[in-house]
Each structure stands twice: as structure tokens, then as C-alpha cells.
Design a binder for this molecule. Structure first.
Ligand SMILES: Cc1ncc(COP(=O)(O)O)c(C=O)c1O
Length: 380
């Protein structure tokens, strides 16, 4: 493939940034029939129980509490932990991270990111700690592990809770262990756009059985008995159809990750020498899930801005995603508040202006990746 080849071969079919991986329809229909026969549709049914058990086995962890989605799971975790005050987090994340903090009556304190990994910078986090800090909530952005050891030390030093938004990180391992073991608990999202999905869905993973007990209460209105409510909860339950879908999908996760790895390696080989395009660093000891393929576009060197490249790709029917853009601190509810200004977060601001996630999902093949890269070159 040479630079310029793409001009002769405009792509007719839409290539979307992601597409859900579905378990075989006949398998799902089998589960639906079973649910119909049992008429047990929700409230900790057979599939819910089996899914939690299978997830624990998969992650090598003792406790998992399923939820209707990751956002409610994170709210549940923040709520039952009984935190008060400030929570240090990253502005380079999806809106839900901050939403959960605010909806639990906590104050998000946004600190800058490491410009290489795009994850929360532990040194910046330490600078932001005050007597009001209750917790650190880092995000494994794109499934790339945060500096878990440095963050653990920080949490221990200042006696803070350390809980992770691992929405992107299901299936990721660091030094042979699930990344979900980091901190006291981790939230994962099983939304349809994720590497692993239960349509909508989410979970908290922890090794603390008392935390699991409270989470299970929280998602069922706090009900602890026929005539008792132990805590203020909500309706955050996962239903049997979602649980069955997730349980079946788990059988295909490894295959899904391997397919994505082939695509990611193709992207790396084709883009690594393109001036003005930076790729995420290789992380030794990490087994990735290849959830996303972000690139950073440097206008000076590439000749086009991220936004120009995004539009050009769209003209070729290639739908990349500016993810994460804008920064949380530039969203209306945060922008005019005193919480933090994006001007004080230069690495995050730069990343949000340059980042573009290229399509990656299991319906694509290596030829599609070549075509996308040709489109990038052609615009170059
Ligand atoms: C970083 C991050 N946190 C939280 C969430 C929320 O998860 P859910 O969509 O399952 O509510 C997402 C979803 O995309 C996410 O990307």
C-alpha cells in the first residue's frame, strides 16, 4: 500500500467506530425459552446468579454485584461506602464518572492526566489532596491500567478510599492478574459498545463480602427483609435477559479479544511511522482487551487537525469518535462552577483536542484496517 492509493477506492459501506459482538442467536433463544418457562424475569434469578458466579471465576475474585448499568453501579459503590467530601478524579473520562460523584452528594476534584497514558497522574492527585478528600477515583482509560501501585501508596499514605472506574477494562490483566483487583473495588460497564456486553449492564468487583452485601441491598431499594429497609437504595437490578446475554457472551470474550488484537496490531504496523500521529505506549506486563484504538493527531506535524481528519474520514464513510472530547470540565454543569477549569489541566486539554478513536470491532478485518489507514494517509 502506498500513500495516495486510497483516492482510487472510496469506501461505500459505513464503517462505524464500534459494533456490538452478539452471542449466537440460537443460544440466546434457548435462554429466552427457559426464562419464559420459569417466568423468573428479574430479582436474582438463575441467570443472574450464574452470571455473577462466572464473572467471579473469570476475574479470579470473590465478589461481584451485577447492576442494570455501570453508572448506577458506580453510584451504588460511592453511596454504600458512605463517603463525604471531595473525590479526586480525571477530567479525561466519560460523563458518567463525574455524574456518579455529583449525584452522590460528593464534590469532584479534577486533576490532570499523564500525557503518555492519558490516565490520572498520581503526582497531580497528591497535590490536590486536602483535609476534605475522601477518595480517589481513577479511570483505566481505554482499558490501559493506571499507575496502580503509586495510587495505592497514595491512598494508604492519606487514608483514602481507592476505587476504580474500570468501565473500559473488563478482560484486562496486569502481571497475570485481573486489573479489577486494584483498589478496594472496581466498576465495569457491560454496555453494548464495550468489548464485553450484557446489552446494558455493569458490575462492581471487590474482595469485600460486606461491601457486596450492601451493594446487593442498594440495587434492590435497600430492602433487607419482608418488612425492613436497611439503607437508601434504588432500583439498579440487572434482569434475566441481560444476565443470560452476558453469560453467553462471556464464552466468546477471549475470541473477541484475539480478533481485536489482530486489528490493533495491523493499525500499529501501518500507523507507527506516520508523522504527527501518536499511538498509545506499549505497556509491559499488560494483557490488553483492545477495546479502543485511540490516536493523537498533532496538527503541526500531520498537516491537519484532529477535527479535520475526523471530517475527512466521515466523507469516506469512516466514523471515528472524538473520545473523550470535550473534557468533563467543559460541560455546561461544570464549566461555570468553581470545581476546576480546563485551563488548569493542560495535559487533559491537549489530549481532548487531539484524540481520535479509530474503528475497532469484530466485524472488521485486516483489509478494513488497511482501508482506514489508507484514508488517514490520503488525508495526510
Ligand atoms: C469511563 C466510563 N465510565 C462510566 C461509564 C458508564 O457505563 P454505563 O454506560 O454502563 O452506564 C462509561 C460508559 O461508556 C465509561 O466509558
Amino acid at each position: 500500500m502506498k500513500i495516495g492509493d486510497y483516492s482510487t477506492m472510496h469506501n461505500k459501506q459505513k464503517i462505524l467506530v464500534t459494533s456490538p459482538t452478539l452471542p449466537p442467536l440460537e443460544d440466546f433463544i434457548g435462554c429466552v425459552k427457559e426464562i419464559y418457562q420459569s417466568k423468573w424475569l428479574t430479582n436474582n434469578g438463575r441467570f443472574h446468579q450464574a452470571f455473577e458466579k462466572a464473572l467471579c471465576e473469570f476475574a479470579g475474585m470473590s465478589c461481584c454485584s451485577l447492576f442494570c448499568n455501570g453508572t448506577i453501579a458506580l453510584e451504588a459503590l460511592l453511596s454504600v461506602t458512605g463517603l463525604k467530601g471531595e473525590v479526586i478524579t480525571t477530567p479525561f473520562t466519560f460523563a458518567a464518572t463525574a455524574t456518579a460523584i455529583v449525584r452522590c452528594g460528593l464534590k469532584p476534584v479534577f486533576v490532570d492526566i499523564d500525557p503518555l497514558t492519558l490516565n490520572l497522574d498520581p503526582a497531580k492527585a497528591e497535590e490536590a489532596i486536602t483535609e476534605n478528600t475522601a477518595a480517589i477515583l481513577p479511570v483505566h482509560v481505554y482499558g490501559n491500567p493506571c499507575q496502580t501501585q503509586a495510587l495505592e501508596k497514595l491512598a494508604d499514605k492519606y487514608n483514602l478510599s481507592l476505587i476504580y472506574d474500570a468501565a473500559h477494562a473488563f478482560g484486562v490483566e496486569q502481571n497475570g492478574e485481573s486489573i479489577l483487583k486494584a483498589g478496594s473495588a472496581s466498576m465495569v460497564s457491560f454496555h453494548a459498545t464495550k468489548v464485553f456486553s450484557s446489552i446494558e449492564g455493569g458490575a462492581i468487583f471487590t474482595e469485600d463480602p460486606e461491601l457486596k452485601r450492601k451493594l446487593d441491598l442498594y440495587k434492590n431499594f435497600g430492602i433487607s427483609g419482608q418488612a425492613s429497609v436497611e439503607l437508601i437504595g434504588t432500583n439498579g437490578k440487572m434482569n434475566e435477559f441481560q444476565a443470560a446475554f452476558g453469560l453467553l457472551s462471556l464464552e466468546h470474550l477471549q475470541d473477541n479479544i484475539e480478533k481485536r488484537q489482530i486489528l490493533a496490531e495491523k493499525y500499529r504496523s501501518l500507523l507507527k511511522n506516520v508523522q504527527g500521529i501518536s499511538l498509545m505506549p506499549e505497556m509491559p506486563g499488560v494483557k490488553h482487551n483492545y477495546a479502543y484504538f485511540p490516536i493523537l493527531v498533532d496538527k503541526e506535524k500531520f498537516g491537519k487537525s484532529r477535527d479535520e481528519l475526523y471530517e475527512k474520514l466521515k466523507e469516506s464513510n469512516i466514523y471515528a469518535r472524538k473520545y473523550f472530547y470535550p473534557l468533563i470540565t467543559d460541560f455546561a454543569p461544570y464549566k461555570d462552577s468553581s470545581i476546576c477549569r480546563s485551563e488548569d489541566l493542560p495535559a487533559a486539554k491537549k489530549a481532548a483536542e487531539k484524540v481520535l478513536c479509530l474503528p475497532v470491532h469484530t466485524e472488521l478485518n485486516e483489509r478494513d484496517i488497511e482501508m482506514i489507514c489508507e484514508a488517514v494517509y490520503w488525508n495526510y
